[in-house]
Design a protein around this ligand. Structure first.
Ligand code: HBI
Ligand code: FE
Length: 292
């Protein structure tokens, strides 16, 4: 039985009570967005557009243009899906907020990305914990137009239901968190961002590459699956992949043996560095300690 989704937002999410289908999809009702909501999307978009050069990975920037995301206003998911489907077979489906894990995985396994239909309120312009339409569409959708990343996301969805069966969702959720949401990638020109949680948050876009406080560690699946994560502040450790191909091949193999090795092993704290880490940056933790 799927766990109930996070309490649908009251007040700030006018889709909270939208009638939904069995797969938790709703009707985006694109024509009901107000001029103010479209304007907020445009300001969020222009904000990020200014920050991304030299920070977002090339694959993200290329895909954003291919999907014509630079059009003004909140995207109509149906039109966006038309363009995306031609590129990698993915579509974007409107949902109210977080959906149960099994529903989420089933969508991904069938190349459907569930995107929140609401847009963050002005008072949470910079960051909100729930996935609003800007986080989901600006942050997550562009890389679904990249064939290798698109394959990875489908493989992740297929792995999700298996993790649920094995009771190891916690470990798999960390993989999503430290890659799809907060991942960095090595390039010939230095580190670049591909994680949606960073790309949709103005402050973390700068912090993740520039600040001395966080660790930056080479991607290691098993180590990452044992590492706790933070959901209400910047990340204390960023994991760095060499390529999307590396991420995909990690996921193509069956996780059964990895789960067996991490099961029962103690978790690492979000700020820990552990023996064997490929340490790119040993964080000073200054930003985090100053908040304690
Ligand atoms: N639902 N809409 C939505 N978006 C997510 O990112 C999401 C979700 N449900 C579950 C979930 N993420 C995570 O718990 C899984 O990645 C493990
Ligand atoms: Fe997300």
């Amino acid at each position: 039985m799927a766990a109930m989704p996070a309490q649908a937002l009251t007040g700030k999410n006018r889709y909270a009570d939208a009638p939904r289908n069995a797969d938790y999809t709703i009707d985006q009702r694109w024509d009901t967005y107000t001029a103010e909501e479209h304007d907020r999307w445009d300001r969020l978009f222009q904000n990020q557009l200014r920050l991304l050069p030299g920070r977002a990975c090339d694959q993200f920037v290329d895909a954003m243009h291919k999907l014509e995301l630079s059009e003004a206003g909140i995207p109509d998911m149906e039109k966006l899906s038309g363009r995306l489907k031609e590129l990698t077979g993915w579509t974007v489906v409107p949902v109210t907020d977080l959906v149960p894990d099994d529903i989420f995985f089933d969508h991904l396994a069938n190349r459907r990305f569930p995107a929140g239909a609401f847009i963050r309120p002005e008072e949470e312009f910079d960051y909100l914990e729930e996935p609003d339409i800007f986080h989901d569409i600006f942050g997550h959708v562009p890389l679904l137009a990249n064939p290798v990343f698109a394959d990875f996301m489908e493989a992740y969805g297929k792995g999700g239901n298996r993790a649920l069966e094995l009771g190891q969702l916690k470990n798999l959720a960390r993989l999503y968190w430290y890659t799809v949401e907060f991942g960095l990638i090595r390039t010939a020109d230095g580190l670049r961002i591909y994680g949606a949680g960073i790309l949709s948050s103005p402050h973390e876009t700068v912090f993740s590459l520039k600040d001395d406080s966080p660790n930056r560690v080479g991607f290691d699946l098993e180590r990452l699956m044992r590492t706790k994560h933070i959901i209400d502040d910047f990340q204390q450790t960023y994991f760095v992949i060499d390529s999307f191909e590396q991420l995909l091949e990690t996921c193509y193999k069956d996780f059964g043996d990895v789960y067996a090795r991490v099961k029962g092993q103690p978790d690492y704290e979000a700020h820990d560095l552990v023996p064997g880490d490929d340490v790119l940056t040993r964080g000073t933790r200054e930003y985090f300690l100053a908040k304690q």
